[in-house]
Design a protein around this ligand. Structure first.
Ligand SMILES: [Fe+2]
Length: 480
């Protein structure tokens, strides 16, 4: 064990180092900047992810077990400022004090006591580690973890204010809420695994939650994201089933209780967004997705753009073995446009020549639920066989054109965030992302011109250290 309690630094792959814990909390101006931050980029990029992936000299069992840590990169007239803070969840505080694993997680189990591992874990819920995403809502930040309510943070200091359960209305709140760009309504959902598994959509307006009627699912399953369109909330429920009893009784972690049943269909669930009318289920061939870029309705059809996996096998195993995984490219996702005829329920799909291992798709959020022309995401060169993504790619859905910025084989890119910089066009903006450099073991904050992705970066701000590979983030513009 090292001085700060981290596991030995000996992962088998160059990208393994990107998963190392960052125990220190930094707060400094970035001095090394190549290029120039455009004057239209003013505000803070907040990102969330597992900042601590080990405890007591032991790696956590799953990447999603790590303690939530926020990185905040502020772009102002003086340059670029970085800080990172751990979220002071109950789990983080307990385990900091104990110096060892105390809580069950997504994949981790409590250590076996004298009565054994099953007794140590039975009837205990995974701890809310607030590690998946972050949004700005009502002048505060909310760190998200889909199995429980959000954790509120101070946007200036990143101090943890505590759990926000919206007056008790919120039990589970997915990590991918959607905001209608015109009305400002925020939509989200939670899944409750009880005697009957239910999916409950919510609408939040000015902090007030309206719960939709819970939708009973035919079997317990995992779902991570959804699409908001003009008339619907749309879910693609792949057959990634959860053996609830095995999990509840302590025989397996939540992750260990998941299993892929590819003979079952993927269920496309349409919930009317006004909360009235019956939900509709459409069956299609089995596939799995974590993330959608966007979706919209046009000409009697539903158009969904998503990072589609053939199944859960490859991605499930890679996430489970994260720091020691070769991150195989075969079996990962391709950006896919899925079209659903709303009259007949027939589906069709097309993929794009957009490299491989397509993930973390995003758009200009002004187009949420509307016809969008562009999506941006992480990818790998098609010939690459293993490794975390090294490219940021853009698809122009109107022309089919694909543009890519390749950071090279020693780079691991994070989720791209589109930041509008004041122009009228959909792609007038900057793509900001984190790039972990495996050779230097440091992280760069990089800005790309969204209109000309392949061009030399607009700026590269070099941090003094690494930021453990993060998941999702948001950009909060500077108040004028
Ligand atoms: Fe996600």
């Amino acid at each position: 064990m090292t001085d700060d309690g981290a596991v030995p630094d000996q992962g088998p792959w160059p990208w393994s180092a990107g998963f190392r814990t960052l125990a220190a909390e930094h707060d400094y101006r970035v001095e090394e900047i190549d290029g120039k931050v455009p004057p239209g980029l003013r505000g803070t990029l907040y990102r969330n992810g597992s900042g601590r992936n080990d405890r007591g000299g032991q790696w956590f069992a799953h990447w999603f077990d790590g303690d939530g840590m926020i990185s905040a990169v502020r772009f102002d007239d003086r340059g670029v400022h970085f800080c990172n803070r751990f979220i002071a969840t109950q789990s983080f505080r307990d385990e900091e004090q104990a110096g060892e694993i105390v809580h069950r997680g997504f994949g981790k189990m409590r250590p076996a006591g004298i009565l054994g591992g099953v007794v140590a874990n039975a009837f205990r819920q995974p701890a809310n580690v607030a590690n998946t995403s972050i949004i700005s809502e009502g002048g505060r930040l909310l760190a998200l973890w889909e199995g429980g309510p959000p954790t509120a943070l101070d946007p200036g200091t990143l101090d943890t204010r505590g759990i926000e359960n919206f007056g008790g209305a919120m039990k589970a709140f997915s990590a991918h809420p959607k905001v209608d760009p015109d009305s400002g309504e925020l939509f989200n959902f939670g899944i409750d695994y009880g005697a009957k598994t239910t999916l409950t959509p919510y609408r939040i307006v000015k902090g007030v939650v309206t719960r939709f009627q819970p939708v009973a699912l035919p079997y317990p399953l995992m779902n991570h994201d959804f699409v908001l369109t003009k008339n619907h909330l749309v879910f693609c429920l792949g057959p990634i089933l959860m053996r609830s009893l095995k999990f509840v009784l302590g025989f397996a972690s939540f992750d260990g209780a998941l299993h892929w049943e590819g003979a079952k269909p993927t269920l496309i669930l349409l919930v009317p967004r006004d909360g009235r009318g019956k939900p509709r289920l459409i069956e299609t061939d089995a596939f799995f997705q974590f993330h959608f870029a966007n979706g919209y309705e046009e000409g009697g059809a539903l158009v969904l753009d998503l990072a589609r996996y053939p199944d859960f096998h490859t991605i499930g195993e890679a996430l489970r073995s994260y720091w020691r995984s070769e991150w195989p490219v075969k079996g990962m996702a391709f950006m896919t446009r899925l079209t659903v005829d709303l009259a007949t329920g027939k589906t069709s799909s097309r993929t794009f020549d957009s490299g491989s291992a397509n993930e973390f798709p995003t758009i200009n959020f002004d187009y949420t639920g509307k016809r969008h022309r562009y999506a941006y995401f992480a990818s790998n060169p098609i010939a690459r066989e293993r490794g975390l993504q090294q490219q940021i790619t853009r698809i122009d859905f109107d022309s089919g054109a694909v543009a890519t910025h390749d950071f090279g084989a020693d780079a691991c890119v994070g989720e791209p965030t589109f930041v509008a910089t004041g122009g009228a066009a959909e792609d007038d903006g900057v793509i900001v992302t984190q790039v972990f450099r495996t050779a230097e073991r440091r992280t760069d904050i990089v800005g790309l011109d969204a209109r000309d992705l392949a061009a030399r970066p607009l700026f590269t701000a070099r941090l003094k250290h690494h930021v453990p590979i993060q998941l999702h983030g948001c950009f909060v513009p500077e108040r004028k």
